[in-house]
Design a protein around this ligand. Structure first.
Ligand code: GDP
Length: 398
């Protein structure tokens, strides 16, 4: 009898391993958006976080509008591949009219959702090959003023909060004192609450990370310090620092800044939660809104055929409206042209009449002058005749 040999243990307890292997094979995507004024330290923080130099170009302060500059890097650690996209705002807050700044950022976030949605709606979709550019986290850089949330920051955060996970950070926190920082953090939280801005909260429902997440939630907004170039050895270990004439700020020293906490929360503990929340909440809300706009309904009576018919009807109406508008525009244009032609014709006629009258008047005056001239000639001839006759009579007498 043939006996089959098992190659290994059989059971569904290997499912997690299968998932891990598949995920490692596919690689991961993580997209960060840095929002903040020019020179606030966005590029430096990114380089400090990932401990490498990125080829960011410094943006000037005189841009006429906000631009979003995005760069993608393929990183690898052990056998895990990460496609990291970093998007930064260039020229944010540099314009006199600051209203447009927030709009540009929101539009960029929605554009990435739209690209994903369009791919999802395709008949033949290739989601595994599609480069998902949806923003997973927005690091919002607050200037270390010590006063409170600026109007521009409050407005922008409020605009973005339903579309992206916002983690507020106090930039260049080495420029304010420890006591000022505590007061500043409390003020910022007050302003965030007063403006009803929803910032990302690290999840506290997972037993493994609940405690760390809870502690970090209490630390928000993180006070961070970045340094991409300076490194010294502290206790024999290379340490990133910012050196000043009066001392040294160690970026990774937890009593100097919350940088380590941010790095831990962002990259080690909650990256997957940020990705998941983006897909299941932020993108889902956008998708719902767009599908509703497209005419889809989410109730029991929903029928694809009905929706299709409704959309067709709607499009037909829209086309008819466009046709009607174009017809009216055409008629108006023709009328305007006719009016202009009539006016031009009238002007020409007037000009012609004027010229004709002028010509007649000059003809009349010429006629008059000719008549006078002819009568003068007649008088002259008569005189000449009389003179000649007088001369002849005198000659005979002699
Ligand atoms: P970006 O325009 O927002 O990308 O700003 P950069 O990262 O180019 O930084 C602008 C300047 O701020 C550089 O001279 C940095 O060295 C400096 N800088 C960056 N991070 C910090 C920080 O945490 N503290 C201080 N004091 N300066 C910083």
């Amino acid at each position: 009898m043939r006996t089959l040999k098992l190659n290994g243990h059989v059971g569904f307890d290997t499912l997690p391993d299968q998932l891990v292997n598949r995920a490692i094979g596919q690689g991961f995507v993580f997209n960060i958006l840095c929002v903040g004024e020019t020179g606030i330290g966005k590029s430096t923080l990114m380089e400090t976080l990932f401990n490498r130099h990125f080829d960011f170009t410094k943006s000037p302060h005189d841009l006429s509008e906000v631009n979003l500059v995005s760069k993608t890097y393929d990183l690898a650690e052990a056998n895990v591949r990460l496609k990291l996209s970093i998007t930064e705002t260039a020229g944010f807050g540099d314009q006199i009219n600051k209203e447009a700044s927030a709009k540009v950022v929101l539009e960029y976030i929605e554009e990435q959702f739209e690209k994903y949605l369009q791919e999802e709606l395709k008949m033949y979709r290739t989601m595994d090959k599609f480069h998902d550019t949806r923003i997973h986290v927005c690091l919002y850089f607050i200037p270390p003023t010590g006063h409170g949330l600026k109007a521009l920051d409050a407005v922008t955060m409020k605009k973005l909060d339903s579309r992206v996970n916002i983690i507020p950070v106090i930039a260049k926190s080495d420029t304010i004192t420890k006591t000022e920082l505590q007061v500043f953090k409390a003020r910022l939280l007050q302003d965030i609450k007063a403006n009803d801005i929803k910032i990302y909260q690290f999840p506290e429902n997972d037993d493994n990370s609940a405690q760390a997440n809870k502690a970090c939630n209490a630390l928000l907004p993180f006070a961070i310090v970045g340094s991409s170039d300076e490194e010294i050895r502290v206790n024999g270990k290379p340490t990133r620092v910012r050196q000043y004439p009066w001392g040294t700020v160690q970026v990774e020293n937890e009593s100097h800044s919350d940088f380590c906490k941010l790095r831990e929360m962002l990259l080690r503990v909650n990256m997957e939660d940020l990705r998941e929340r983006t897909h299941t909440m932020n993108y889902e809300n956008y998708r719902k809104m767009r599908l509703t706009q497209m005419g889809f309904r989410d109730d029991e009576n929903f029928s694809l055929k009905e929706t299709y018919e409704r959309r067709r009807e709607l499009q037909k109406k829209e086309l008819q409206q466009i046709e009607e508008d174009m017809r009216l525009m055409f008629i108006t244009r023709v009328k305007e042209k006719e009016q202009a032609l009539k006016q031009a014709e009238k002007e020409l006629q007037d000009k012609y009449e004027k010229l004709k009258n002028k010509h007649m008047a000059s003809k009349r005056s010429l006629e008059e002058r000719r008549r006078i001239l002819e009568s003068d000639i007649e008088v002259f001839r008569k005189r000449q005749l009389t003179a000649e006759q007088g001369k002849a009579v005198k000659g005979k007498k002699k």
